[in-house]
Each structure stands twice: as structure tokens, then as C-alpha cells.
Design a protein around this ligand. Structure first.
Ligand code: PBG
Length: 311
């Protein structure tokens, strides 16, 4: 009775990686237990998630190199992989909340979340493209778009574009405070989306993602996104940034989501494989820590593992 926080399966958002092909369920080596799914195997996975009581998914696509270009034009293809994945999931499980990643990195020939020009990621031109991308997801049936790009002003722009097209019910979960973190390594392996090592291309995302040394700026970023029309604010990564979740939770009335990212997942899986940590106990301790810090929902690759225990 005196326990202040509890974990529920309904807290979890399950991230999913999707690829072209048939009967593909490709293990991701740096993320044991995670796979790249083709649209047919994705249907089976969605069924498993809903049977476990998981209510939300966050979609990412791995795009063939041949379809990548400097402006990420494939991102707005109405018949692209993401757009087809959304329809596939709506067909098999209309009740599940579909959230989609909005950023150009999986579609960019240079591996950046925005359009690169003369060695710089150009903010406003990127926002134009992100608005079109978000709209194409909404048209395909996405319930919420999740801009993870960290451009300035993109939440306001996406909200405007969605409203103008009468998608007033499509929500926005903004990655409001997303740090330039080294914990994203396994994710970039999974999607082949790391910035390329090439002249005139920034080698990191530090001009748009946040400095891990900053916390005041995180609060500012969150309040800006709230003012621009975000429905959920996300903090990312998770465990190293619990203080940020807590700081922001006192400053906003919006629900806060946390993203326990790929590197955090990989660390525990690796330590548990070696027998150095008790996998399930550490997993549940980490997940409850997010709730204690102030997060209402948790995007986590442990969603299935944790749901099995909680049920
Ligand atoms: C793309 C994006 C990234 C993640 C989510 N969306 C990678 C990045 O910004 O480089 C990372 C998620 C993870 O590590 O699990 N903008």
C-alpha cells in the first residue's frame, strides 16, 4: 500500500525495426532478442505484443542504400516501407497505438536527421521535409508521430501541417530533450543509419542533439515543445538522464515519456549473458526507476520481457 510507483504493461512502448522482404526475422547482433521484421513477420510480432497486453509501438524502418539520398526523399513516399508498415499493423491490430519515428536519418545518404548543406544540417529546410513526412504517416494511419530529429521549431511546423490537412487527431510525441549520446550505437547498427565518414559531413549530431553536460537547456527544450503543441514530451536516453526526467516533471503538465535506448539494453543483455547481473531483477529495477523519476511511459526494448513477468 505504501509503494509509490508501480509498473504496468500499459506503460510500455515497444520499438520495432522493419525491413523489406518476405519471412525476414533477422537478429540484431548488438541487441540480443531484437529483430528486423519484414511486413509478414511483423504481423506475428504485433499479435504477440497485443497478447501480452502491450498497447503501443514505435516504428523504425531500415531503408535500402539505393533509396537513400541527401534530402531523404523516400521518407515522404506514400507507398514507402513505413507507410505500408502502418497500414499492415492497423489491419491486424486496429487497437494498438502506432507511433512513428520522424527524422531523416534512415533515409539520408549521409546518415543525418536533417538535410546537410555545405557541412551543416540546415534547420528550416529540414522542417519542411519533416512536415511532409509526418503528414504521410498520418495519412497511412499513424496515431502519433514522434519527431526525433531535434530541429528547432519542428513541432510547431508539424502541428500546422497536420491540422491544415485535417489530421487534428494525430498526436505528437516529441523527443524534446534528446542528447548527443554514445548509447545509440546498437540502434545505428540495426538501421545502418550512422553518419557517414566523408568530407563536409558532420561526424556527429552535436549541432542538433543536446550536450550531456546540460540540464537547464533540457527544461527549455521541453517547454518550447510544449508551447509548440507537443502532446507527450520524451527524454532520451533513460538511465543516465533520470535527473532530467525529474527536473522536467516539475515544469510541465504534459505526460513525460522516457526512451531506454539501444545501448542501455545492450549493456544489460551483455552483463546478464556473462552471468554478472540478474537480468530480470536489474531490468525491473531500471524500469521502476523511470517511473520514480517522473516518466509516465517507457519506450523500451525490454517491453516483452517485462510484460511476461508482470503478467
Ligand atoms: C533517429 C533516432 C535514433 C534513435 C531513435 N531515433 C538515433 C540517433 O539519433 O542517432 C536511437 C534509439 C536507440 O538507440 O535505441 N533520429
Amino acid at each position: 500500500m505504501v509503494q509509490e510507483n508501480r509498473l504496468h504493461t500499459s506503460d510500455f512502448i515497444a520499438p520495432l525495426f522493419i525491413v523489406e522482404g518476405k519471412q525476414v526475422k533477422e537478429p540484431i547482433p548488438s541487441m540480443p532478442g531484437q529483430f528486423r521484421f519484414s511486413l509478414d513477420t511483423l504481423q506475428e510480432e504485433i499479435k504477440q505484443l497485443t497478447d501480452l497486453g502491450i498497447q503501443a509501438v514505435l516504428l523504425f524502418v531500415k531503408v535500402d542504400a539505393a533509396q537513400k539520398d541527401e534530402t531523404g526523399s523516400e521518407a515522404v513516399n506514400a507507398n514507402g516501407l513505413m507507410q505500408r508498415a502502418i497500414k499492415t499493423i492497423k489491419d491486424v491490430a486496429p487497437q494498438i497505438l502506432i507511433m512513428t519515428d520522424v527524422a531523416l536519418d534512415s533515409y539520408s545518404s549521409v546518415g543525418h536527421d536533417g538535410i546537410v548543406d555545405n557541412g551543416k544540417v540546415i534547420n528550416d529546410e529540414t522542417n519542411e521535409q519533416l512536415g511532409k513526412m509526418a503528414l504521410s504517416h498520418a495519412k497511412a494511419g499513424a496515431d502519433m508521430v514522434a519527431p526525433s530529429d531535434m530541429m528547432d521549431g519542428r513541432v510547431a511546423h508539424i502541428r500546422l501541417v497536420l491540422d491544415d490537412a485535417n489530421f487534428t487527431d494525430c498526436g505528437i510525441m516529441s523527443y524534446a530533450a534528446k542528447y548527443a549520446s554514445a548509447f545509440y550505437g546498437p540502434f545505428r547498427d540495426a538501421l545502418g543509419s550512422a553518419p557517414v565518414d566523408q568530407q563536409d559531413i558532420p561526424t556527429d549530431k552535436k549541432t542538433y542533439q543536446m550536450d550531456p553536460a546540460n540540464s537547464q537547456e533540457a527544461v527549455k527544450e521541453c517547454l518550447l515543445d510544449e508551447a509548440e503543441g507537443a502532446d507527450i514530451l520524451m527524454i532520451k536516453p533513460g538511465l543516465p538522464y533520470l535527473d532530467i526526467i525529474n527536473d522536467v516533471s516539475y515544469q510541465t503538465q504534459l505526460p513525460i515519456a522516457v526512451y531506454q535506448v539501444s545501448g542501455e539494453y545492450a549493456m544489460l543483455k551483455a552483463a546478464a549473458e556473462k552471468g554478472w547481473l540478474d537480468h530480470d531483477a536489474v531490468m525491473l529495477e531500471q524500469l521502476i526507476a523511470f517511473k520514480r523519476a517522473g516518466a509516465k511511459m517507457i519506450a523500451t526494448y525490454f517491453a516483452k520481457d517485462a510484460a511476461k513477468i508482470l503478467s
